[in-house]
Design a protein around this ligand. Structure first.
Ligand code: NAD
Length: 290
């Protein structure tokens, strides 16, 4: 690391709170080192209150950009010069690129999800997806899948605080893309089962399956799945969630956790900042091999 840092090193940030647990600094700094790129990536504890000064600092310090995470993904949008159309539709920014003082906001979670499927030679364009969850991850996935040509998305959500956002996602998709989106109450189990049965992919973006809910899954009957479908859990810790175990019991061929999505959302940001492809397989082996 010290060998790489000199008077020309370009700074990239991560602005969120809490953030000390994040893998992103390790991921990006190892990728810079592997490719011999003169960048450094540092995490900063930034709240909504300190965000305006922090975003100003991107310009002042001539940083190349920053990742943005909770609680700043929405709030940051008012502080930027331009917003990428997909991020605008998602209503969130997780990556800022600084082009000589002009700050543009992107959302790479959705592109990361689609790219992670592409990495497995899977193409869900023209297919139907059932998607549980309409929070940060669910929204980014739904919007990008619709933009990329997924034919139909059935969003299932609880009638909780995110229900209104789920309704908004359906409206945005139906008014701005060719995809047909519909919202269902997840407690209507018969409909939930039928929507999955009709889908090429079931994606869970709720966080059920992650601590403290690691013993839970929204689908516990293997009979709900077909062998030829994709089952995708956005959770990556634990590596094998309860949902994935149920899908494996059903003999589902393509069962994934969220690790590929996490790596690829980082790789998308890496490409925006440096113009280079992140060595994703190298990073996966280095940081996540078990
Ligand atoms: P969020 O809080 O913004 O949204 C959570 C969603 O799940 C909401 O729609 C909520 O209604 C629903 N939900 C919550 N509890 C539920 C329950 N018991 N039953 C049914 N629905 C429930 O969260 P988020 O930021 O969107 O994150 C969701 C998950 O995605 C987390 O596990 C997170 O780690 C993961 N994630 C992964 C990546 C990745 O790159 N792999 C990126 C972002 C988030």
């Amino acid at each position: 690391m010290t060998e790489r840092i000199d008077g020309h090193t370009i700074l990239i940030g991560l602005m969120a709170y809490p953030i000390r647990h994040s893998m992103s600094p390790t991921m990006h700094n190892n990728a810079f080192a592997k490719l011999g790129l003169n960048y450094a990536y540092l995490a900063f504890e930034i709240t909504n209150a300190t965000l305006p000064q922090a975003v100003d600092a991107i310009r002042t310090l001539d940083m190349r950009g920053s990742n943005i995470s909770m609680p700043n993904k929405q709030k940051v949008m008012d502080l930027l010069d331009k917003i990428d159309p997909a991020a605008e539709m998602t209503g969130a920014v997780n990556t800022i690129v600084n082009d000589h003082g002009v700050l543009t906001g992107y959302c790479t979670d959705g592109t990361g999800f689609m790219k992670s499927l592409e990495d497995e030679n899977l193409d869900i364009r023209g297919e139907k997806m059932t998607l549980a969850g309409a929070g940060g991850a669910g929204t980014a996935i739904a919007i990008q899948a619709a933009l990329d040509g997924v034919k139909e998305i059935s969003i299932v959500n609880k009638k909780d605080a995110e229900w209104e956002n789920a309704k908004r996602n359906v409206e945005v998709i139906n008014s701005k893309t060719k995809c047909k989106a519909t919202l269902f109450d997840i407690d209507d189990q018969a409909t939930f089962k039928k929507e999955i049965a009709d889908s090429a992919i079931y994606c869970d973006a709720t966080g059920v399956g992650m601590k403290p809910l690691e013993d839970l899954t929204l689908v516990s009957d293997p009979g709900w799945f077909r062998k030829d479908m994709i089952v995708f859990d956005t959770v990556y810790a634990p590596r094998t969630t309860k949902l994935m175990t149920v899908a494996q019991e059903a003999g589902v061929q393509h069962v994934f956790n969220g690790l590929g999505m996490m790596l690829e959302q980082g790789a998308e940001a890496f490409k925006l900042w440096t113009g280079e492809n992140m060595p994703v397989d190298y990073i996966r082996d280095l940081l996540f091999s078990e």
